[in-house]
Design a protein around this ligand. Structure first.
Ligand SMILES: C[S@@+](CC[C@H](N)C(=O)[O-])C[C@H]1O[C@@H](n2cnc3c(N)ncnc32)[C@H](O)[C@@H]1O
Length: 250
């Protein structure tokens, strides 16, 4: 995954910032709607920092230098180069932790949540955005089905696809209580070939042969003039007063 982001810094924002749900929010605006306390906001796996312009008192953390360089070049600071397994923040020092499209790709999601809970103050809030399987329209099912068929994969291969299924258990293990769990479909319009290419480039496809990726690009280029749905899940969790975290293994 690190190599993917070194080769494609900013790719997630390039795709998602052009996608809109029914309320005309892009996924970053949708995530920001649940940040109600901006005393100190820590964005774990911030990438090139698309959340930075949306929030006061924001600090981004990522382990990818190319992503952080891109953030810096857009004036999106302050930034910390660090690992989610060991957040360089004091206990109870953060009011809101964000993990936007990052919890399913970090090395150890359970450890990341424990660290998030440790740095959060009591009553602090964590906002998580993850890829989801629904809601979708029938056309999305057909389009992604044909894409997965040419890629030769049953599903998109995130490093930790199980995070979504086990999220409530993982949150509980970190002393975090789920307070909201919603899903939304974001529509990405494919007006020209380059839009189709961006969609394919944004997919994390380790070990998929080049010929299959080329075939996927050709499939996506057939969708020019149409749009595809990107279903996402937004989870909000609160640090429970006096909670004691348990280490939960995945
Ligand atoms: C899919 S990108 C999302 C970036 C950004 N949040 C966005 O939505 O555009 C995931 C990010 O998580 C970062 N990442 C992966 N593992 C990490 C870890 N253990 N600690 C910190 N960042 C990590 C990657 O470098 C990458 O920038």
């Amino acid at each position: 995954m690190a190599t993917f982001h070194e080769r494609h810094p900013g790719i997630t924002e390039a795709l998602l910032s052009r996608s809109r749900n029914d309320a005309q929010d892009n996924p970053y605006e949708w995530a920001a709607r649940r940040v109600t306390n901006v005393e100190t906001v820590l964005d774990v796996g911030c990438g090139n920092a698309p959340m930075a312009p949306r929030l006061a008192n924001w600090v981004g953390l990522d382990l990818s230098e190319p992503e952080l360089d891109l953030a810096r070049s857009s004036g999106r600071t302050p930034l910390v180069c660090g690992h989610s397994d060991a957040l360089p923040m004091a206990d109870g020092s953060v009011s809101t932790v964000l993990a936007v499209m990052s919890l399913m790709v970090v090395d150890d999601p359970a450890r990341t949540l424990l660290e998030a809970a440790r740095v959060m103050r009591s009553g602090g809030v964590m906002v998580i955005v993850l890829p989801a399987h629904r809601p979708v329209k029938i056309g999305d099912v057909a389009r992604f089905g044909s894409l997965l068929a040419v890629l030769g994969r049953p599903m998109l291969p995130f490093p930790h696809p199980e995070v979504s299924q086990k999220l409530q258990e993982l949150l509980g293990g970190a002393g975090l209580e789920l307070t909201e769990d919603v899903r939304s479909r974001f529509e990405y319009s494919i007006a020209e070939d380059t839009d189709a290419d961006l969609l394919i480039e944004s997919l994390y496809l380790p070990g998929v042969p080049h010929r299959r990726v080329r075939a996927a690009r050709a499939v996506a280029r057939r969708w020019v003039g149409r749009s595809v749905g990107l279903p996402l899940r937004r989870v909000v969790a609160r640090k429970v007063d006096g909670s004691r975290a348990r280490r939960s293994r995945m």
